[in-house]
Design a protein around this ligand. Structure first.
Ligand code: NAD
Length: 273
C-alpha cells in the first residue's frame, strides 16, 4: 500500500510518512537519501541547520523522480529570523530546487521576539510560489496565539516533539482547532528512552507480527500525526516504511497513549534562542 496523503489547510497534500535527516552526516546524505527514495519515501524533512541540504538536493536530482511526486521541507534557522528571505534563497540554492513544498520557522526563539517578523517574510515567500506551504516548528500555544493575532496566513503545520511519553496535548489540540496539522519530530523518542521495551508497544508488536518501531509509527499515523523517522540504515528505512499492512486496535492505541509522562527528550521551546 502507498503512503496516505493528508491535505493541509491551504489545499496542498503531504505524504503522511516521510524521512527525516537530522544528524545525517552531510558527506553521507546523498547516499542515505538515495536509499530512502529507493525504499519508497517521497517526503524528506531537512533544515538549514542540519548542513545537509546540498546532499538532499543531489539525491533528488539524481533520482529521476518527477519533482511533483516529491515533498521537500526545509527550515529557517534561528539566527536568520530577521533575514528570512535571504536565508530562504540560500536554502533553495543548496537544494537546487525552484520551490520547496514546506518552509518552517525552526524555533520560536521567544526571547528574541522576531518570529512575527520572520513569518511576514515567509508569507511573501509563500505568495511568490517558492514555498507551496509555510508553517512553524516548536511553537507552544502562546507562540501560536501571538502569531495568529498578528499575521494573515495560518501556518499549515506545527512540527513539534511528539512521541508516546510526550504527546503535548495542549499544543496539539490548539493547533488542530486552528486547522494546523501536527508533524511529530522525534517520533521514536530519538532512542532516548526504552519505548520499544514497554509492554504496551511490545505486546502490540507481537500481536501483529511487526516490530516495536513499526507499532510506534502506526500509532502516529492512526492518531493523525505526520511523521518522518530517521535512520541511516537502509534496512530500518524499509522497516519504518513497511507499516501499511496492519492496523492497531483502539485498545492498543489507547494503551500506547497511556505512556504519556511529559517526557520531553529535546529542548524546551522557550529556552532555545
Ligand atoms: P527519531 O525519533 O526518528 O529517532 C531516530 C533514532 O531512532 C535513530 O537514532 C535511529 O537509530 C533509531 N531508529 C530508527 N528506526 C529504527 C528502528 N526501526 N528500530 C530501532 N531504532 C530505530 O528522531 P529524530 O531523527 O530526531 O526525528 C525525526 C526527524 O524529525 C528528524 O530527522 C528531523 O527531520 C526532525 N526533527 C525536527 C526537529 C525540530 O526541531 N523541528 C528536532 C528533531 C528532529
Amino acid at each position: 500500500a502507498n503512503t496516505p496523503l493528508l491535505t493541509l489547510n491551504n489545499g496542498t497534500t503531504i505524504p503522511q510518512l516521510g524521512f527525516g535527516v537530522f544528524k545525517v552526516d552531510p558527506d553521507e546524505t546523498t547516499r542515505i537519501v538515495t536509499d530512502a527514495l529507493e525504499v519508497g519515501y517521497r517526503h524528506i524533512d531537512t533544515a538549514a541547520i542540519y548542513g545537509n541540504e546540498e546532499g538532499v538536493g543531489a539525491a533528488i536530482a539524481s533520482s529521476g523522480i518527477p519533482r511533483d511526486e516529491l515533498f521537500v521541507t526545509t527550515k529557517l534557522w534561528n539566527d536568520r529570523q530577521t533575514d528570512a528571505e535571504a536565508a530562504f534563497d540560500e536554502s533553495l540554492g543548496k537544494l537546487g530546487l525552484d520551490y520547496v513544498d514546506l518552509y518552517l520557522i525552526h524555533w520560536p526563539t521567544p526571547q528574541k521576539d522576531t518570529f512575527v517578523q520572520a513569518w511576514t517574510s515567509l508569507e511573501k515567500i509563500y505568495a511568490s510560489g517558492r514555498a507551496k506551504a509555510i508553517g512553524v516548528s516548536n511553537f507552544l500555544v502562546p507562540h501560536l496565539e501571538k502569531l495568529l493575532a498578528n499575521t494573515d496566513v495560518v501556518p499549515a503545520v506545527n512540527q513539534i516533539e511528539l512521541h508516546p511519553a510526550h504527546q503535548q496535548p495542549e499544543v496539539t489540540a490548539f493547533s488542530r482547532e486552528h486547522g494546523i496539522a501536527i508533524e511529530a519530530w522525534g517520533p521514536l523518542g530519538q532512542g532516548k528512552y526504552p519505548l520499544f521495551e514497554t509492554p504496551e508497544v511490545s505486546q502490540a508488536a507481537e500481536a501483529h507480527g511487526k516490530t516495536p518501531a513499526q507499532v510506534v509509527i502506526r500509532w502516529h499515523l492512526q492518531t493523525g500525526n505526520i511523521v518522518f523517522p530517521k535512520s541511516n540504515s537502509r534496512s530500518r528505512m524499509a522497516e519504518n516504511f513497511d507499516v501499511f499492512d496492519f492496523e492497531l486496535t483502539s485498545d492498543e492505541i489507547a494503551a500506547i497513549s497511556s505512556l504519556e509522562r511529559e517526557g520531553r527528550v529535546g529542548a524546551h521551546p522557550d529556552e532555545v534562542n
